[in-house]
Design a protein around this ligand. Structure first.
Ligand code: OGA
Ligand code: MN
Length: 284
């Protein structure tokens, strides 16, 4: 097994490992790399649904997939698997979430009080081009905060909106409000301590309908714009171009991700599992 960083601020590639037959000693090294890099890429994996779930369980207890935009559970018999896909089923409705457009920067399910610690995305079918997934390292982004921003966020919390997903689709059963103070969501500290490593990380969730607690709406918008501009600077990012059989796992406590759009007439099928949050996000 060989482990190499993908970018200075986030991600490492783990070569020479078959995740369907993973030895405990290899898992130990993988978890150490996970703590150091906050996202890991494994290539050329062949895993069926059971194999994917079995590997994901080695990172922790699994969360059931969120209900899709159409109100259905994506994979019958596998409530843990979330499908990200633009492909339409026999009923003419998408078999998965997020369509073919851009998925804007976010971290998964932070509108919950106890968001998932990690998400794993496994590429089953891909368009010829487009649909790259970007990661941004929030430990490095925290370390690089200019002093005025560091001061502005100290001790503050953000409300993480639960109305829309990153593809811009409304979640099933939620009412749309224009004022972020009235919409569904959860408050979390802006600067969180990583429960495994103790490192401080920016925890931003998603930009749309976010709100910084205790500020006027205008002041909140201005601070959020400055924070997001900083956190997504190129030096904190890595763009992943997928191959079928790639498995990418990211730490939702220490990274953001987004996806490039792709041709809506092409097919893209990704399977995702989410590792349950061991604790609510902890203030640094
Ligand atoms: C996700 C997600 C982006 C992608 O699965 O949480 O944001 O590349 N996916 O499909
Ligand atoms: Mn996501």
């Amino acid at each position: 097994m060989e482990i190499r960083p993908l970018a200075p601020a986030v991600g490492a590639i783990v070569d020479g490992v078959d995740l369907a037959h993973l030895a405990d000693a290899d898992l130990k090294q993988i978890i150490a790399a996970w703590d150091a890099h906050n996202a890991l890429l494994f290539r050329g994996q062949s895993l069926d649904n059971d194999g994917f779930i079995a590997f994901a369980r080695r990172f922790g207890e699994l969360e059931h997939a969120p209900i899709m935009e159409n109100g259905r559970t994506p994979v019958p018999g596998y409530p843990e698997i979330y499908v990200v896909s633009n492909v339409k089923g026999p009923d003419g409705k998408p078999i998965g979430s997020l369509g073919a457009g851009e998925a804007v920067w976010h971290t998964d399910m932070s509108y919950l009080d106890n968001p998932p610690d990690a998400s794993m995305l496994f590429a089953r079918e891909l368009p010829p081009t487009g649909g790259d997934t970007w990661l941004a390292g929030m430990c490095a982004a925290y370390d690089g905060l200019p002093p005025d921003l560091a001061k502005a966020v100290a001790g503050k919390r953000i409300k993480h909106d639960g109305t829309f997903n990153s593809g811009g689709y409304k979640r099933a059963g939620v009412e749309v409000k224009d004022d972020p103070r009235e919409s569904v969501g959860a408050y979390h500290p802006i600067v969180c301590a990583h429960p495994r490593t103790g490192r401080s990380a920016l925890y931003l969730g998603r930009r749309r309908l976010a709100y910084v607690e205790g500020l006027s709406l205008d002041a909140s918008e201005a601070l959020l714009d400055a924070l997001w501009a900083h956190a997504t600077r190129p030096e904190y990012c890595f763009a992943h171009r997928w191959q079928v059989g790639d498995l990418l796992v990211w730490d939702n406590r220490a990274t953001l991700h987004r996806r490039d759009p792709f041709d809506e007439t092409a097919r893209r099928i990704m399977h995702r599992t989410q590792i349950k949050g061991a604790t609510a996000p902890i203030a640094a």
